[in-house]
Design a protein around this ligand. Sequence first.
Ligand code: ZN
Length: 308
Amino acid sequence: MAQKVGVATDLGIPLSQNVVDDGQRVLPPVIRSGLAGLQMDVEKDIATILKEDGRVVPSEIDSIILSHWHADHIGDPSTFPSHVELVVGSGFKDAFLPGYPADPNGVILESDYAGRPLREIDFAAGLEIGGFHAMDFFGDGSFYLLDSPGHAIGHMCALARTTPSTFIFMGADGCHHCGSLRPSKYLPLPRELSPSPFSVPPYLQGTICPGSVLEAIHPSHSRVEPYYSRLAPAPSHNVPVAEATIGKMIPFDASEDVFVIIAHDSSLLDVIDFFPGRVNEWKKNGWKEAGRWRFLEDFKGAVARDSN
Ligand SMILES: [Zn+2]
């Protein structure tokens, strides 16, 4: 069993005891050309961040867990010592090996896994959590990997126990905007929101946004269906499977003991602490409630249009 030692995610949040998604790196040519014109700036890789912080050094890490193979999540495993295993989801080896340059069109690099154990998770053992095939990574209930395909082959989410009764659901790219999760039949739109996400500046103390405004800008004017109920067609994704994954995430998102954090959710940047801070006390700190409706600020253009 992996020793519990290191911490980090691609969100920069210290959650589990291993590294989950370690940032960005040099990219295979096929990915570089696909990103033409898109700039991705990463100041430091995770290994450097860990070294600088000093509390957990790369030599004490046992596993790097990739939520999926995409360039903005895979980081540079070669910056970690060779004893560190690379953990990937179902179907990864068949789909992505060998990497570049052995395969000139490879989407990962051979150096990502060369000389280190590459472990593909087998979810066939039968454990299921909230409809997801699951794997108890440490065998002690502290950290579960969840098979959550659709966005990418082998995509995994994770459920990290933060206190005996609370969890953080690490959603990775299970969805990209909280409007895919909220509202829901478990978590309807509020009757009013204060402070308002649409005040100028946003969240001005004392301002109120009536629930009728939130319903007016909803595509189907619903209080109980997510703003984004369907994903856009995407040839490289399995859209129906990705939508099924989101459907399973919604009850987690509605649970008061589970804090769902998706990798690209910028609405939480001002709400939660990042590495080297700790997130175990998210519930006591009220972060979930504080961040729950912050994504609505992205719809301020729709509110402005409606009011003109
Ligand atoms: Zn992705």
